[in-house]
Write a protein that binds this ligand. Structure first.
Ligand code: ADP
Length: 473
């Protein structure tokens, strides 16, 4: 743990394991509510000095951290593959994405503009200034264990906030590596603090109830996000929530089914399906479903699961046993209710995979609304294909979920694309595009997928208060 510029050790530790092998790869200090309080107090003490630094000074720290992250690109990616399991190439991409947030917000720090507003009174002027919201508590997930940290730390620090961060219990080593970079970049003590723990609830309770915390930013499941937002309500703490998704992937009749299937294979199995923007319901027009499924089947057959350090493997493990059980339950339920299993459908235990959490890349067709997989987020390597006949129907089916994070559409028809873009109730829409994300683009969900946006111009606003001055002259 890193509190007030010091690395703390303790006899109370918890093990961290490699999900590809089950092997223990490290031990981390097991923090509790007392540590969370100490970290918040350190952040409170550091806040005035940090907020008073010029944006140029804060920008320089972030830029230094960006450079250090790129210098350590390979080591960070290797650590990520060991701790989280994703193939090394994907880990390299993630570290780059993570560094992009540091760079982006190093730049945005200098653009925290206010405004002047004309008044109806001749003797009055209005001035509007942005100020840091205060101490920020951050809770981050394991699926993107470096970029989800910089996506919060970058804007919070740029805005002039101090931060206390609790990473996921499966991936604290990546978080430690990020904080080592912040330390090396020379960040003053207490400005960014890290509390590691195997037991998130007591830390979350302190984050949500400590009066010094003015903002909670969370990425994780919708269930936990709702609990945290509820716990923050009595003090009206500001919250940003990046929660679950249930992305539709719609392939209209005029799309190239082969191109769309290649895209679906790439985005669906990215991070072994453990992404909140992973397509969960692949709607394909009935007239082109055969070539679509043929291409998707052959692409899936070429995906090899295994240890992420072997470049031949493009699918890593799931994060733990509970994830395997959830995916398998959805697959078995779909098959029992009439879905056709075209690939995968079971855990992989041969060829050295017996100690890891591997599930075969799975393709289900004829998926229908009464199946669990049609209703729930999967977070695993399962492509669930649903045939459709009519454009209005498919938009209604796509929107028929409490989630609203990402959606994908494939069509060559510009009017259809534009109409679907406007009609879909999702915060991020890929149009013939499987990667609609960037540090420069606002990421976030509608409905129960979240509150607020990360990255882009909007990202820093989440950490700023608007202050109005009315001036009589
Ligand atoms: P997942 O099911 O994908 O692991 P979670 O929402 O459980 O997603 O985890 C995301 C983050 O939320 C992790 O850092 C985890 O430790 C944290 N978390 C889980 N439960 C709580 C809680 N009750 N209070 C605070 N943080 C929590």
């Amino acid at each position: 743990m890193y509190i007030d510029g010091e690395w703390l050790t303790s006899d109370s530790q918890f093990p961290v394991s490699n999900p590809a092998s089950g092997e223990t790869i490290g031990h981390v200090v097991d923090g509790d509510a007392t540590h969370a309080k100490r970290a918040i107090e350190a952040a409170s003490r550091a806040l005035p000095g940090w907020a008073a630094q010029t944006p140029y000074a804060r920008s320089a720290y972030l830029y230094r951290a960006y450079q250090l992250m790129l210098e350590q690109h390979s080591q960070l990616a290797e650590l990520m593959t060991r701790e989280q399991g994703k193939p090394l190439k994907a880990a390299m991409n993630e570290v780059k994405y993570a560094a992009d947030f540091l760079l982006w917000f190093a730049e945005e720090a200098k653009r925290i503009y206010g405004e002047t507003i004309p008044s109806a009174r001749a003797d009055q002027r209005f001035i509007v200034q942005k100020q840091p919201v205060g101490v920020v508590a951050a809770v981050t997930p394991w699926n993107y264990p470096i970029s989800m940290l910089t996506r919060k730390l970058g804007p919070a620090l740029a805005a002039g906030c101090s931060v206390v961060l609790k990473p996921a219990e499966s991936t604290p080593l990546c978080a430690i590596a990020v904080f080592k970079i912040l330390e090396e970049a020379g960040l003053p003590p207490g400005v960014a603090n890290l509390v590691t723990s195997s037991n998130p609830k007591p830390i979350g309770d302190v984050f949500c109830t400590h009066p010094a915390v003015r903002k909670l930013t969370f990425t994780g499941s919708t269930a936990v996000g709702k609990q945290l937002a509820t716990a923050c309500a009595p003090q009206l703490k500001r919250v940003s929530m990046e929660l679950g998704g249930h992305a539709p992937f719609i392939v209209f009749e005029d799309a190239d089914p082969v191109h769309a299937a290649k895209g679906a294979a790439l985005v669906k199995f990215l991070n072994t399906g453990q992404a909140c923007i992973s397509p969960n319901r692949i709607f394909v027009h009935r007239s082109i479903i055969d070539p679509f499924l043929a291409t998707l089947t052959s692409r899936i057959a070429a995906l090899q699961a295994g240890d992420g350090f072997n470049p031949a493997n493009s699918i890593g493990p799931l994060i733990n046993e509970a994830a395997i059980a959830k995916v398998d339950r959805q697959v078995q339920d779909a098959v029992a209710r009439g879905a056709t299993l075209l690939a995968g459908g079971s855990r992989l235990t041969d060829n050295g995979l017996e100690n890891g959490c591997f599930y075969g890349a799975t393709l289900l067709s004829n998926v229908s609304p009464e199946m669990l997989i049609y209703q729930e987020e999967t977070f695993g390597p399962v492509a669930a294909v649903v045939p459709f006949d009519d454009q209005d129907d498919v938009i209604a089916m796509a929107n028929d979920t409490t989630y609203g994070l990402a959606a994908y559409i494939y069509t060559q028809n510009l009017s259809r694309a534009y109409r679907a873009f406007e009609q879909l109730h999702f915060g991020i829409i890929g149009i013939n595009d499987i990667n609609p994300t960037s540090a420069a683009a606002p990421f976030g969900g509608m409905k129960e997928s979240g509150l607020g946006r990360e990255g882009a111009r909007e990202g820093i606003e989440e950490y700023l208060e608007t202050k109005l001055g009315g001036l009589s002259i």
